[in-house]
Design a protein around this ligand. Structure first.
Ligand code: 6PG
Length: 232
């Protein structure tokens, strides 16, 4: 498990920003476009603010996706799209048709099916995103893949509707087949409430976040001092 530790969340987001700038530039140079999935939750907010100020990211050549979404309206404060729109999307010149929102307002199965079709049309059979940002929950979940959930054993579908023990309970999530096809996965983990999960992951516990292991790519954990406090 490749981990980089930072004194503060701001230092972590600075590193995440330069990493994202590099990955985006490499993808655009090599393939003319970069496919990037944003994570949910509140950890990415300061990162979104920094990305919105980046002077090197060529947003015109970037497609934006989400690793997961809550089954709520896009105007809801619980919506991962709403969070990204408020702190990043409204401030960058990404073409509207390259912002691929998960339609949380639809029936979960319909939203999941539609997102999977769109992804397969955009990415082709390999399903290889250039970068997926992810968080880690205090219970070791990532995206909306929660411990002991049957979605963890999905081997074909890229996107699933899941009913989980968190609020709101219905969500749409990327599955391991898609997560592990990525070129780069970047976990952002901050706060003392994540320390136990990070220690368990480091100890080899098969938490969902520990099972994101790209078959031909990298997975890196960026962890602040508080979240790393129990790591050896
Ligand atoms: C979500 C996320 C989820 C999140 C973790 C960490 O929709 O909530 O995708 O996996 O990244 O729960 O959340 P925080 O960043 O709020 O701690």
């Amino acid at each position: 498990m490749k981990t980089f530790r930072f004194d503060t969340a701001d230092d972590l987001c600075d590193r995440a920003t330069t990493t994202i700038e590099r990955i985006a530039a490499e993808a655009i140079a090599e393939r003319g476009v970069a496919y990037i999935a944003l994570s949910g939750g509140r950890t990415p907010r300061p990162l979104f603010r920094l990305l919105a100020r980046s002077e090197t990211i060529d947003w015109q050549h970037i497609h934006i996706y989400w690793s997961d979404e809550r089954c709520v309206a896009p105007t809801s404060a619980a919506s991962n799209y709403h969070e990204a729109e408020a702190f990043l999307l409204r401030d960058i010149p990404v073409p509207e048709d390259r912002v691929h929102r998960i339609e949380g307002e639809r029936l979960p199965l319909d939203a999941a099916d539609a997102y999977e079709v769109m992804l397969r049309e955009t990415l082709g059979p390999e399903g290889r995103l250039d970068l997926i940002l992810l968080g880690v929950g205090a219970d070791g979940h990532t995206a909306s893949l929660f411990p002991r959930h049957q979605a963890l054993s999905e081997s074909q579908r890229w996107i699933l509707p899941v009913h989980v023990s968190a609020e709101p309970p219905w969500r749409i999530t990327m599955t391991f087949p898609l997560l592990n096809a990525a070129r780069h996965v970047l976990f952002l983990v901050t706060g003392a409430e994540k320390a136990n999960a990070m220690r368990a992951i480091a100890d080899g516990e098969p938490f969902p976040a520990a099972l994101v292991q790209p078959t031909d790519g990298t997975a890196v954990f960026l962890v602040d001092r508080e979240a790393a406090s129990l790591l050896p």
